[in-house]
Design a protein around this ligand. Structure first.
Ligand SMILES: Cc1ncc(COP(=O)(O)O)c(C=O)c1O
Length: 495
């Protein structure tokens, strides 16, 4: 459903039902209800979905519409008045304040945090909540031992420290790894970025203007959706099945909508864990080459295989002339705290991306790059460590879930850190209830450009087995609550 907005200044009064419809599924997230409500209302103002000057319903009316206490609404209104988001007019109620100060520039960020629970999970939250939501792995054991020594620090200090392309040594190590995977690459075809997330942002700012069509796999990585939405792109979905993204659907979308960019996670798809077959990679590279459509192959999760055999080479290897942009990351195999990722593309594309990187931050930190370069000598060791951990944790999660509810369905992932689970119910309501029971999972709509997949949940298995078992226990309690609400035929009451 397209987001509702209230933009006509002639109708500047909302009643409780209007605000409820605009807020959607607002009580999702950590923290007290009044804070969740104030974030929801703030996001509506920041995104321009409620125009400045709009009168909000009285506290009691909104409390009734949202089925919360009046003190919850009063506290939310009070906090927003303190921030200058709302204003009170003597005797006539509460209004959305005119834009002012720096808040407006935060639109995309506030919008992303309100929508994307994965990013919101990085904000300070409720202690004791178990995380079955984020795909964040503990640092691999080799990370500490690979810390750069004094000699490397000294040598780094001899340079200016500003290297927008990234260090020559790290770019060479990345290029060598691609060559070993069957994708011929030289160091000048690589740009070091601050994580794969920045790589996606740079590529989006190179290719996209507001309104441009972009094809994304569905479901997909929410961090990419946020970037494309912040650019004002028009998102089109390409479904994913057990063989990866449906390239046949992409071919139709290309004919119909001439997309300016295609984004997908071909290997160990996030959230499904599937691998794009070699035949589909070949066809995808041909689509990219034929229409000269830039295709982003996000390989952030490539190294997280569960030991079931080789995966095909990156999509770019299937046609050297296709405009395929390969994105990678240190985060999953080694450690997210390095904040090192990269882009591999044709040299002219790298040159343009380097200019954007220079504007963004003048280059990523050199010591983390030296550290990353050292870690490239430990790839096999880190892969073995992940393979010893992940399939075991997956089995623990699958067993616990099967005991919890035999009607839940999933396909076993070939790699990655998540189960994409279909439930006979509303995943958003379950995720909201799960949070109240102390466990965080992410509902399917967060992974979809059209906010579909309302009957799916992503549950990650990055945590220790005991945490997974306890998390599923809490999820079971949330599911029981849900089931009793549905059996009683009433909508959930949020208090
Ligand atoms: C598919 C995908 N791409 C990119 C990222 C972001 O990675 P980084 O930590 O390198 O920014 C993630 C993180 O979960 C991811 O799953």
């Amino acid at each position: 459903m397209a987001p509702m907005s209230i933009a006509n200044p002639a109708q500047l009064a909302l009643d409780g039902a209007d605000v409820r419809a605009l807020l959607g599924n607002w009580p999702v997230g950590d923290g007290p209800l009044h804070r969740l409500l104030s974030s929801g209302l703030r996001a509506l103002a920041d995104q321009g979905r409620v125009a400045p000057g709009t009168r909000l319903p009285p506290e009691r009316a909104l409390a009734e519409a949202l089925r919360v206490s009046r003190t919850t609404v009063a506290a939310a209104y009070a906090a927003l008045k303190d921030e200058g988001v709302l204003a009170a007019r003597q005797g006539s109620g509460t209004y959305v304040a005119p834009p002012g100060g720096p808040r407006r520039g935060d639109d995309a960020v506030v919008g992303a945090l309100a929508r994307n629970q994965l990013f919101a999970a990085l904000e300070p939250g409720q202690p004791g909540t178990l995380d079955l939501a984020t795909a964040i792995l503990p640092a691999a054991r080799c990370v500490v031992g690979a810390l750069p020594g004094a000699d490397e620090v000294r040598s780094a200090c001899r340079s200016t420290g500003y290297l927008p392309s990234g260090s020559e040594q790290l770019r060479s190590a990345i290029a060598e790894r691609y060559c070993a995977q069957g994708l011929s690459t030289n160091a000048d075809q690589v740009l070091v970025t601050s994580g794969a997330q920045q790589a996606i942002s740079l590529v989006a700012s190179l290719y996209l203007r507001p309104g441009d069509p972009v094809v994304v796999d569905q479901p997909t990585f929410p961090g990419a959706l946020d970037v494309f939405r912040a650019c004002g792109a028009r998102l089109l979905s390409m479904p994913v099945d057990g063989g990866g993204a449906r390239v046949d659907v992409l071919e139709r979308l290309v004919r119909r909508s001439a997309p300016h960019l295609v984004y997908l996670v071909a290997t160990h798809h996030n959230p499904m864990g599937s691998v794009l077959t070699a035949a589909r990679r070949e066809r995808l590279a041909a689509v990219a080459a034929g229409g000269q459509i830039p295709v982003v192959d996000d390989t952030a999760l490539t190294d997280l295989d569960h030991g079931h055999g080789d995966v095909p080479p990156p999509v770019a290897a299937f046609d050297p002339d296709a405009p395929v942009i390969t994105i990678g990351s240190m985060s999953k195999l080694f450690w997210g705290g390095l904040r090192i990722g990269w882009v591999r593309a044709a040299e002219p594309v790298i040159t343009r991306l380097r200019r954007l990187k220079t504007i963004a931050d003048l280059g990523s930190p050199l010591l983390e790059q030296a550290w990353s370069e050292r870690l490239f000598h430990h790839v096999e060791e880190a892969r073995a460590e992940r393979q010893a951990q992940l399939p075991h944790r997956l089995r623990v999660l699958e067993t616990a879930l099967a005991d919890l509810e035999p009607s839940w369905r999933w396909d076993r992932p070939a790699g990655g850190v998540a189960l994409w689970v279909q439930i006979p119910g509303d995943a958003r309501a379950l995720a909201a209830s799960a949070l109240r029971h102390g466990v965080r999972v992410v509902p399917g709509p967060q992974f979809c450009a059209d906010e579909g997949c309302a009957d799916h949940l992503r549950i990650t298995f990055t945590q220790d087995p005991e945490v997974l078992v306890e998390g599923v226990r809490r999820l079971a309690r949330a599911w029981e609550d849900q089931a009793s609400v549905l059996d009683g035929g009433v909508s959930p009451v949020v208090v």
